[in-house]
Design a protein around this ligand. Structure first.
Ligand code: NI
Length: 179
């Protein structure tokens, strides 16, 4: 298994619309495993293939308290939804930024598992919010798109500042070469 690089806003590759998965092979299963490892290492609860620069309709999530319930959704589509809720969201591609987004409260999703077997599931609460957030990634959409242009501009500036700070910190204490 390997950890993958996570693209960050405003990287234009995050705007790519993902293609359906047609072949369920070992390469796909390796991608799923690497995505789960990458998500857990980054302390995330969801990750879409788009975020690791693979533009196919694959997403993983784990919304359990102790991160012991990994879920895989391939070619997901929402077949029914009910209610609405506003929830504070964050994103591994928009680090350190949180904002309220309105989503459906409960959704019925149809998807395939890593072997291509189709299943349906009804999810609610944080599981539902996370699923809808990750499905947006597959359309090239980010949660900051729900904010006003002014707020989105502020997010961009804050991320730029964070990156400059990180770079400055690295230059102050360069990593020692490994023996
Ligand atoms: Ni995200």
């Amino acid at each position: 298994m390997a950890r993958l690089e996570i693209l960050e806003f405003p990287d234009p590759r995050l705007r790519t619309r993902a293609k359906p998965v047609e072949t369920f092979d070992d390469d796909l299963r390796a991608l799923v495993d690497n995505m789960l490892e990458t998500m857990l290492a980054a302390h995330g609860i969801g990750l879409a293939a788009t975020q690791v620069n693979r533009h196919i309709r694959v997403l993983v999530l784990d919304v359990s308290d102790d991160q012991t319930d990994p879920r895989v959704y391939i070619n997901p589509r929402i077949v029914d939804e009910e209610g609405s809720r506003v929830c504070e969201e964050g994103c591994l591609s928009v680090p350190g930024i949180y904002a309220n987004v309105q989503r459906a409260e409960t959704v019925r999703v149809e998807a395939q598992d890593r072997n291509g077997v189709t299943f349906q599931e009804e999810v609610t609460g944080i599981h539902s919010v996370c699923l809808q957030h990750e499905m947006d990634h597959l359309e090239g959409k980010l949660f900051v798109d729900y904010l006003s242009p002014l707020k989105r501009q502020m997010v961009r500036k804050k991320l730029d500042k964070q990156r400059r700070q990180k770079l400055a910190d690295q230059q102050k204490s360069p990593a020692r070469p490994a023996p």
